[in-house]
Write a protein that binds this ligand. Structure first.
Ligand SMILES: [Fe+2]
Ligand SMILES: [Fe+2]
Length: 249
């Protein structure tokens, strides 16, 4: 008889602080031309908004708390702390690079409209929400990895270190979610392909509504629609089901 081991789920995470990695004097040593500032400003606002919007998603999760397992809620708590730390780093960069007072940033972030209608279908249960979050986290991991040379170009080593720490967190979020899906939703792995098809369809259509997930059309985003499917969705499908998505005709 095969023994089935059911190890308790635990959230893997690293504790670190954006404010400790990004020191004050690093900002004064950054040399950006006016053109670079103009080009980077909308991209960094978009990055900051995405990370900040974890607050909105966490609020939705709390409203529907009864739908979720203690494992998922433990993940969500740790995830929110990490995303807040990422948002704090992007806010510090945005303030210093573009001379925007922190008070204004703090006013503007929550003033944006929030609308969960576009992603409502994925909030229906823990399995689907874990999948859409896993997809979002692997997309972000790849996108931040691709941006590493940009951070290196800012000069001080602190920027590369910081984005590498952020990227490592996003990869850990992805891995935690995959472990959670395998452990708690194994009986639904046959649905993974269908959910991912819907995730991809929503991601490339419609307007982002401050939902944290599926915001992959904003300024500075560096993956193509093809890569969202071929690199990101496909990796999840392979890891969870050993299958690959068929190429679109
Ligand atoms: Fe993040
Ligand atoms: Fe994340």
């Amino acid at each position: 008889m095969n023994a089935v081991t059911s190890e308790p789920f635990f959230v893997r995470r690293r504790t670190w602080s954006s404010h400790e990695v990004l020191h004050h004097n690093d900002f004064s040593r950054v040399q950006l031309s006016d053109l670079q500032r103009e080009e980077l400003k909308p991209a960094f606002w978009s990055f900051l908004c995405s990370e900040y919007d974890s607050v909105n998603l966490f609020t939705e999760i709390q409203k529907r708390k009864h739908q979720f397992s203690p494992d998922f809620l433990a993940f969500a708590q740790a995830w929110r702390t990490d995303e807040e730390n990422h948002a704090a780093g992007f806010a510090a960069i945005y303030e210093r690079f573009f001379d925007v007072p922190s008070e204004q940033i703090a006013r503007d972030l929550p003033a944006r409209p929030v609308d969960f209608e576009r992603v409502e279908e994925f909030l229906a249960d823990e399995f689907q929400l874990s999948l859409v979050l896993a997809y979002d986290e692997i997309v972000t991991t790849h996108a931040y990895h691709r941006d590493i040379p940009m951070y290196a170009s800012f000069g001080p080593r602190a920027y590369v270190n910081w984005i590498r720490f952020v990227k490592r967190d996003e990869a850990l979020h992805f891995n935690n979610l995959l472990r959670l899906i395998r452990r708690n939703h194994r009986h639904r792995l046959g649905e993974v392909r269908g959910v991912l098809e819907r995730v991809l369809a929503v991601d490339v259509h419609g307007d982002y509504g401050g939902t944290f997930v599926l915001d992959h059309g904003g300024p500075g985003f560096n993956l193509s629609h093809d890569e969202l499917s071929s690199i990101c969705a496909n990796t999840i499908l392979k890891k969870l089901t050993n299958e690959a998505r068929k190429k679109s005709p």
